[in-house]
Every structure is written in C-alpha cells, then in structure tokens.
Design a protein around this ligand. Structure first.
Ligand SMILES: Nc1ncnc2c1ncn2[C@@H]1O[C@H](COP(=O)(O)OP(=O)(O)OP(=O)(O)O)[C@@H](O)[C@H]1O
Ligand SMILES: [Mg+2]
Length: 231
C-alpha cells in the first residue's frame, strides 16, 4: 500500500535522511528504531508532507504523494501522532478531536463516538482545555485526534515518551487493538513494547536503514550494539 523510494531529507547542510527505500503491505505493523538524531522523526514528517523531501518518491496506494499538502494526505488516509504530542493546549478536548476530523465532510459525530469508545477517559474531559490533561491523557488525545480522520496509515512518533509504565501499557493496549486493522509505522525508544507488536523491525542509523528483520528474526546482538549499547 505504501512504497517509498530513495527518500531524502536535508536541513541546510544536515542530511537527516540519506535515501530510504521501503515497501509496506496493507495491515503491517512496522517499528523503526534508532538513536537520537537518526532521522526517525524526519522520516515520518516527510511522509506526512510536513517537511519537503530533498529527493525521492512516496507512493501511497499507487499514487504519488509528492505534490500533496499534509491535509490532502490526511484525506487520502494518512495520519500522524507527532513527537511531543502537539495538542492544542488552549482548545478543549472536544475541539482538538474535531480538528482531527477537519478533512471529513460528514460523520464527525459518529467518528467521535467511535473514538471515545476507545478512550473512555477522554469522554469525561471533553469540555476541558487540553492543556489541563495529564501527560498520559494528552498522549491519548494525540492518538485519538489522529484516529478521528479514520486513517488507513497511522504514523506514530514515540508515543510512550516521558510516560509512566502504567500509561504506556494503556497506550499499547490501544495499539494492539489497532494492529491488523490499519497499517502502522511506529517510531519508538521503548524497544520491548514496540517489538512485541512489530511484524517487521527497522534500524535507522544516520539517515539510512541499516537493518531490517521480520520480528522472529531480529538480530538482538546487532540491535543492542547499534542502539541499546549506547546507554
Ligand atoms: N528543523 C531542523 N533543523 C535543522 N536540523 C534538524 C531539524 N530537525 C532535525 N534536524 C537534524 O536532523 C537529524 C535527524 O533528526 P530527527 O529529529 O529526524 O531524528 P530522530 O531520530 O527523530 O531523533 P530523536 O530520537 O531525538 O527524536 C538530526 O541531526 C537533527 O539535528
Ligand atoms: Mg524524533
């Protein structure tokens, strides 16, 4: 459903992505690991059209996304849960959720009901300013907001960052339920949790995919040396 060819991203003189190529099948759950600065967020931002790639092609269901604005990509079925959540703090929880559905012409109410079933904790907080939520609730809101557009390809950038284990568990229970129902590209530092859901795992190093494994074939020695070994 997604084909990425030689995707490149540069910030002035920094090459953040140096030619990433990848094919993703419908329903796959892919996990991307890599050290700080490896290019993980740049990869997701380029897919979403929030930064312009320096080169390469992104084909989603056979269609070239290159010239589409981020909101047009949302309409095509992509959604991003960005790093650091990026919720709109002064707006209410309900407004944040409705913004997630802004490209939908109708059925916002129905989608809201559907999403609130997944996150009952948000239901009680709909009128509150999003900034008043706890960190974990804000992460749930960011995920719920992305789901409001009813995406077919969900991009997640470190959804467990800075959260207590209990909350991370709740987020991962939701992701487990989504697995198979939509296609997911997940960037994570929380290796163990992420690997438990992965169909395939990729290692990103200095803007390149240096390893890829089906989950059953992960080379933990390589993974540890490249990634965990640094800790
Ligand atoms: N807006 C920007 N301007 C300049 N350089 C940037 C910008 N955003 C990222 N970079 C640089 O691009 C490289 C890749 O950054 P990116 O944020 O994609 O990495 P990451 O893997 O998501 O890191 P982290 O794990 O810290 O989130 C880094 O060298 C970073 O300093
Ligand atoms: Mg990042």
């Amino acid at each position: 459903m997604l084909e990425i060819r030689d995707l490149r991203v540069s910030y002035d003189h920094i090459e953040a992505l140096r030619g990433v190529s990848l094919e993703v099948k419908k329903g796959e759950f892919l996990v991307f690991l890599g050290r700080n600065g490896a290019g993980k967020s740049s990869f997701l931002l380029a897919l979403m059209g929030l930064i312009s790639p320096a080169g390469g092609k992104i084909l989603f269901e056979g269609e070239d996304l290159s010239f589409l604005r981020p909101w047009q990509r949302v309409r095509k079925g992509l959604a991003l849960v960005p790093e650091g959540r990026k919720i709109f703090a002064p707006l209410s929880v309900r407004e944040n959720l409705e913004l997630g559905a802004f490209v939908r012409c109708n059925s916002v109410k129905k989608q809201l009901e559907k999403v609130l079933e997944i996150f009952p904790v948000l239901k009680e907080k709909l009128p509150l300013p999003a900034g008043a939520l706890s960190g974990g609730e804000q992460q749930m809101l960011a995920l719920a907001r992305a789901l409001m557009s009813d995406p077919r390809l969900l991009l997640l950038d470190e959804p467990s960052m800075g959260l207590a284990p209990k909350v991370v568990g709740e987020i991962y229970r939701v992701l487990e339920n989504l697995k198979g129902r939509l296609t997911v590209l997940l960037v994570e530092q929380n290796v163990n949790r992420a690997l438990s859901l992965a169909d395939r795992v990729f290692l990103l190093e200095s803007g390149r995919l240096v390893a890829s494994w089906p989950r059953e074939e992960i080379d933990y020695q390589v993974l540890e040396a490249a990634y965990l070994g640094e800790k």
